[in-house]
Each structure stands twice: as structure tokens, then as C-alpha cells.
Design a protein around this ligand. Sequence first.
Ligand SMILES: [Zn+2]
Length: 124
Amino acid sequence: MKIVFDKIGSTAKPIGLSSKGVRLEGTLQKSGYHQVTLDAQMCGEIELSCDRCGDIYGYMIDNKLRLKLSDLVSEDKVDLDIIEFLDGEIDLSYILESEITSIESSYHYCDKCDNNDEDFEIEF
Ligand SMILES: [Zn+2]
């Protein structure tokens, strides 16, 4: 799902899309010169494989997502959270998929292993 950068004004524009079973819903709003703010909620369930036992388990996502988007190369090196869309189109599918990928690639244990860890510590 792509949205032309210049079509976003100071009135919040509602957006909604799904990818890999995760729903992203929220608004896009112009927040400055060549800058748009995405204010959204991610909801859904993805499959993760446990980094300890390799089991596949369902992981519920319910995260707020707030990002700054720009259609220019950011001069402001202090603000590293800006995502640049230099072709003038905001690719919401790309944003959602990269958020899902970053969750998938982070270190995670299934519930079983999480609990085992606690038991382990109590025994000592
Ligand atoms: Zn596990």
C-alpha cells in the first residue's frame, strides 16, 4: 500500500492495512516541512520460533507505532527515527513488514522456556 507524500495534509488521514496476519491502523498527518507523522497501532498474531527449543509459537502483537516520515534526506542527524521515502511515496506495506521482521529477528523464548528459566533459578 503506497500513499503519495504530497497528498497528506494537516488533517489526519486514516490508513489501514494488513500483512502476515498483522493489522496496522492509524493516521498519517503532515507534521512539518517535508515531514509526515505516522501514528498507528499494530495488532495481530505472528508465529515465532523459540531461540532456545526451536518450538513454533504464536506471539500476540499489540504495539503502538509512531514514526516520522520524510521525502527528503534528513539533515537532522539528531533525530534518527525518520524514515526517508525519496521517491515521494510512502510505502506502508514496507513499514509494516519491516516492523514485523524486527520483532521476528529479535531474541525471544516461548512461554515454556521462559517458565523453565524461572524454575531453574529457584532450584539454585
Ligand atoms: Zn522454547
